[in-house]
Design a protein around this ligand. Structure first.
Ligand code: NAD
Length: 487
């Protein structure tokens, strides 16, 4: 299938596209039709070896560049990405099935933001001077970690590749990135663009493969740090493997985030928040607020307005048509998982208030779905679904809403809609979540830290916080006086 910006081989290593047909075939499927649009090969041990060697070599050179020089490369890459936004967005749509109306504003643009932001920071990454008594002092050096591995999920392939790569490179590291086997195409373009922008060959490499390739990267002694975006079960495995060699980790994992809507909230604004928290990217967003706690008195009005807005606004169809605002699920497996949860919700006694059915005979489309009469113990209220399924839970008091919102192993995001200023701040202070929202939901600008607590993750991406996760601080003690010893 002809589409623009098509990568020309499976891997990008040492500044060039590389193929090794000995690797297991990975079929890339366009989720809107189910058609195979590309066949790639999983990385063989030889490919993994080449990528890690190239990264180690490039990192040694890159670390000698000034921060300003490194930043210039990242900012140039951001400019190239913006100039090619449409082609990159079309590729993202083929890779994920997300509508072009979304990918044009949320993927290559978000990746470019990260490259620009960390490119801007690179020149000002410095240590500290710490005066001690008698003229002695300590200075600290902020040093790169070395070769970092990034492993991606399938929902935001361009963004994830850049959110990990940009801070890693800004700090003087090299990266080997393994995209999800479900969406392997976009990261290749990130690598190509960084190379075109002047990054030394081998600085940012992409290798394809399933979990086994990720596992091989994580355990390789050349690797200093692993940043994973994925599910909690994968996170446990990767964290444990990294811990065996005391490697640094960032874990961006799953969630089952609460969104609490009080009776005093602006109803339409709250409905907008619940739409953003459940149906953007066809519900395939880690921070989604899928447990929507609605104060009992406004529940009927809230649900009625929600359904009205979905009926009037959802345009499901060809993702490449810019009028479409609701695409298919990204793959057949995830569609089956979502259908399974919808069946379970009904079997466990929740009321299917809207949607719930597959749409069309081709591709992986499913309707935006709303369950009411959901209780905290139901499977759909406890487990991450990763699809467009919203659960409405009724509540009566602020204390009750907060306690129930926190009664989960996850802690990625949480939101509150209310006009009461003090209550809003009380709620977010009480939420056990890494990212909180007042009267909005699911924003993730590069300037703000993003990440989870509890089982949802370790570390933060984006913002100045990310620098701490891609660099190490060395303390240097300097004596200005003779060295004294007790004997
Ligand atoms: P997944 O856990 O199945 O896979 C994630 C990645 O890990 C893939 O590239 C996969 O090949 C790789 N992998 C699998 N087993 C591995 C192993 N043993 N060692 C190393 N790598 C391994 O996740 P997914 O289904 O691709 O993505 C959906 C999940 O990602 C959801 O749980 C979602 O919430 C989460 N997610 C989190 C964030 C965040 O920022 N917190 C963002 C997007 C998605």
């Amino acid at each position: 299938m002809p589409y623009p910006t098509q990568p020309t081989a499976s891997h990008f290593i040492d500044g060039a596209y590389v193929e090794d047909a000995g690797g297991e075939v990975i079929e890339v499927v366009y989720p809107a039709t189910g058609a195979v649009i590309a066949r790639l090969h999983s990385a063989t041990p030889a490919i993994i070896d080449r990528a890690l060697d190239a990264a180690a070599r490039a990192q040694a050179e890159w670390a000698t560049w000034t921060g300003t020089q490194r930043g210039r490369v990242l900012r140039r890459a951001a400019d190239i990405m913006r100039a090619r936004n449409r082609d990159l967005s079309v590729l993202e749509t083929y890779d994920t099935g997300k509508p072009l109306s979304e990918t044009l504003v949320a993927d290559a643009t978000s990746a470019a933001d990260a490259l620009e932001y960390f490119g801007g920071l690179a020149g000002s990454l410095t240590g500290e001077h710490i005066p001690l008594g008698g003229g002695d002092f300590v200075y600290t050096r902020r040093e790169p970690l070395g070769v970092c591995v990034g492993i991606g999920a399938w929902n935001y392939p361009t963004q994830i590749a850049a959110w990990k790569g940009a801070p890693a490179l800004a700090c003087g590291n090299a990266m080997v990135f393994k995209p999800s086997e479900m969406t392997p195409l976009c990261a290749l373009k990130v690598a190509e663009i960084l190379h075109e922008a002047g990054a030394p060959a081998g600085l940012y490499n992409v290798v394809q493969g399933m979990g086994a390739v990720g596992a091989a990267l994580v355990t390789d002694p050349r690797v200093a740090k692993v940043s994973l975006t994925g599910s909690v079960p994968t996170g446990r495995k990767v964290y444990a493997a990294a811990a065996a060699e005391m490697k640094h980790v960032t874990m961006e994992l799953g969630g089952k985030s609460p969104l609490v809507i009080f009776a005093d909230a602006d109803l339409d604004s709250a409905v907008s928040g619940a739409i953003l928290a459940n149906f953007y990217s066809t519900g395939q967003v880690c921070s989604n607020g899928t447990r929507v706690f609605v104060e009992r008195s406004i529940r009927p009005a809230f649900v009625a307005r929600m359904i009205e807005r979905l009926n009037a606004g959802v345009v499901m169809g060809d993702p490449l048509d810019e009028a479409t605002n609701f695409g298919p699920m990204a793959n057949a497996k995830q569609l089956a998982i979502v259908e399974g949860y919808i069946a379970k919700g009904q079997a466990e006694g929740a009321t299917l208030a809207h949607g719930g059915k597959r749409v069309g005979n081709e591709g992986y489309y499913i309707e935006p779905t709303i369950f009411t009469d959901v209780t905290d113990d139901m499977t759909i209220a406890r487990e991450e679904i990763f699809g467009p399924v919203l659960s409405v839970l009724d509540f009566d008091t602020e204390e009750e809403a907060l306690a129930r919102a926190n009664a989960t192993e996850f802690g990625l995001a949480a939101g509150v809609f209310t006009q009461d200023l003090t209550r809003a701040h009380r709620m977010v202070a009480g939420f056990q979540a890494g990212t909180c929202y007042i009267n909005t939901f699911n924003l993730a600008p590069v300037e703000a830290p993003f990440g989870g607590v509890k089982m949802s993750g370790v570390g933060r991406e984006n913002s100045k916080e990310a620098i701490n996760h891609y660099s190490e601080v060395k303390s240097v003690y300097v004596a200005m006086n003779p060295c004294e010893a007790p004997f």
